[in-house]
Design a protein. Structure first.
Length: 504
């Protein structure tokens, strides 16, 4: 007999009439492991194998890894003994997310990785199909859970959950009592996980099997939302820089971090948690500085792109890293990349319409670029780099906060033309500017108080503000629950926030 199942976070919200959409919370037993110890990484794996009447073998594997409350999902689809040269669409809930091209040996493979903006939501009831060879529901897959630190596997019934998922009850109490207590991160709080298809060879491995929870470098590479928990996750009690970094919030250094200003930190320690600060920060050492420039690439077609340039100066030498990404381009096409009219390489577009070019002076790549360079992707995209700190502070008060977000959202709704709101320097004021600003601030949908995480305190804050579907048009702000920029706090904002899968 299966264990009784406590309602997921999404079901709790639906019961309170906070979610009207048919959204199913993806099983997050992996995140339940991670919740017990922030230094651990929970993993879940499902697989399904079948041979059809024609002898074609198909295998579908799904892996979910949760690191500090953030889920990454990877799908791998394989074919064997298929007709050489045949092409099979891979669909998720009826939407094509990629293709498998069968080679001369009758084999083919496609790997997909999560990116919440590009493919349909993957839920516990989603259906994955490979042409007419295989169609399988996530509920049909068998799986197990692995604690990546311990390496122990426990058998998991996909339709059942552990009885000790207290976090949903904690959140229920938070919403009923408007309490400020943070909910525990276990259970189904992860919400729906969405993903984007990436052709084989382009998928980044999310596995971090050699992660050490007391290693400063891990904490440095974590999302900046972990800034407030550095003291808990680092075991080096003699590292004064952690405390210095946290205490700097009283001196407005957090604001400096978010906007990438040129202000120097007062900390003199050589080891510092500030290595993981928001891109665009400048190190406090007089001999070291780091600046990040960005550009959003646009064109006449459906393709989009973005450019990020990191310049780090140390003892008179400058290292540069240039990363260019393209989405929505024609699969199989190849485009020359020009920086200020000079070719620096090419981008080959994969089956999913995406491509990437990475250059690094440290690796010996030769390219000339500045913080104001113009980048062109063939004839389809172009854009100009800009310092992220200068671009983001739209009200000019030297502070990046919710007021800047609200001003950009309002400008987008009003179809404003003032270039001060053109954060990505694309020449137009649109949703891309709001997304770029949020990226710069490391502000994810749901983080109403901009403390770096989306948790129960944010939900309590917005329901305390009492603007949820209150009938007043356009009266909501980021701090009161307008996370999609339409001026309202309603169901769509909650769905949008949970689709990112970062609730902790």
């Amino acid at each position: 007999m299966s264990k009784s199942r406590k309602p997921s976070l999404f079901e709790l919200l639906e019961n309170k009439r906070l979610l009207a959409a048919d959204v199913v919370a993806f099983d997050s037993a992996a995140c339940e492991i991670a919740a017990a110890d922030p230094g651990k990484h929970g993993e879940m794996e499902w697989e399904f194998k079948v041979t059809n009447q024609d002898g074609v073998k198909a295998e579908v594997g799904v892996e979910v890894e949760c690191e500090r409350g953030v889920a990454e999902i990877e799908i791998e689809v394989e074919l064997e003994h298929a007709e050489p040269g045949s092409v099979h669409d891979v669909t998720v809930d009826g939407q094509v997310v990629g293709q498998i091209k069968v080679d001369d040996e009758g084999e083919g493979e496609l790997k997909l990785e999560s990116d919440s903006r590009n493919i349909p939501n993957l839920s516990a009831d989603s259906t994955i199909a490979i042409g007419d060879v295989l169609e399988v529901s996530m509920s049909d897959l068998t799986g197990d859970v692995e604690d990546a630190d311990e390496g122990d596997d426990d058998e998991l019934d996909h339709d059942s959950d552990d009885d000790d998922r207290d976090s949903d009850d904690d959140l229920d109490d938070d919403l009923d009592d408007d309490s400020d207590d943070d909910a525990d991160t276990g259970g189904d709080d992860q919400g729906t996980v969405a993903g984007a298809a990436t052709a084989e060879g382009e998928t980044e491995n999310a596995d971090t099997s050699d992660d050490d929870s007391d290693d400063d470098s891990d904490d440095d590479s974590d999302d900046d939302s972990d800034d407030d928990s550095d003291d808990d996750s680092d075991d080096d009690s003699d590292d004064d820089s952690d405390d210095d970094s946290d205490d700097d919030s009283d001196d407005d250094s957090d604001d400096d971090d978010a906007r990438g200003s040129n202000d120097s930190d007062s900390d003199d320690d050589d080891e510092s948690d500030d290595d993981g600060r928001e891109d665009g920060d400048h190190e406090g050492d007089d001999n070291e500085s780091e600046t990040t420039y960005i550009a959003r690439l646009t064109g006449d077609g459906s393709a989009t792109g973005k450019v990020e340039l990191e310049m780090e100066a140390e003892h008179g030498e400058t290292e540069m890293e240039l990363e260019i990404e393209v989405d929505g381009a024609e699969p199989g096409s190849v485009h020359e990349v020009l920086v200020d009219g000079v070719s620096v390489g090419t981008i080959e577009i994969g089956d999913t319409g995406s491509g990437k070019l990475e250059l690094s002076s440290e690796q010996g790549d030769e390219f000339n670029v500045s913080g104001q360079s113009t980048v062109e992707i063939g004839s389809i995209l172009s854009g100009q780099l800009a310092d992220i700190g200068d671009a983001a502070d739209v009200n000019g008060d030297d502070v990046l906060d919710t007021e800047d977000v609200d001003m950009v959202f309002a400008a987008v709704r009003a179809a404003a033309t003032d270039p001060v709101y053109d954060i990505d320097r694309s020449g137009t004021v649109d949703k891309g500017d709001a997304e770029t600003l949020l990226d710069i601030m490391d502000a994810q949908p749901g983080d109403a108080n901009l403390d770096g995480v989306f948790d129960s305190s944010d939900l309590v804050a917005i329901f305390t503000a009492a603007q949820f579907e209150d009938g007043f048009v356009g009266n909501s702000t980021w701090a009161t629950g307008d996370w999609n920029g339409d001026g309202e706090c309603d169901t769509s904002d909650l769905v949008y926030a949970f689709q990112f899968g970062r609730y902790v």
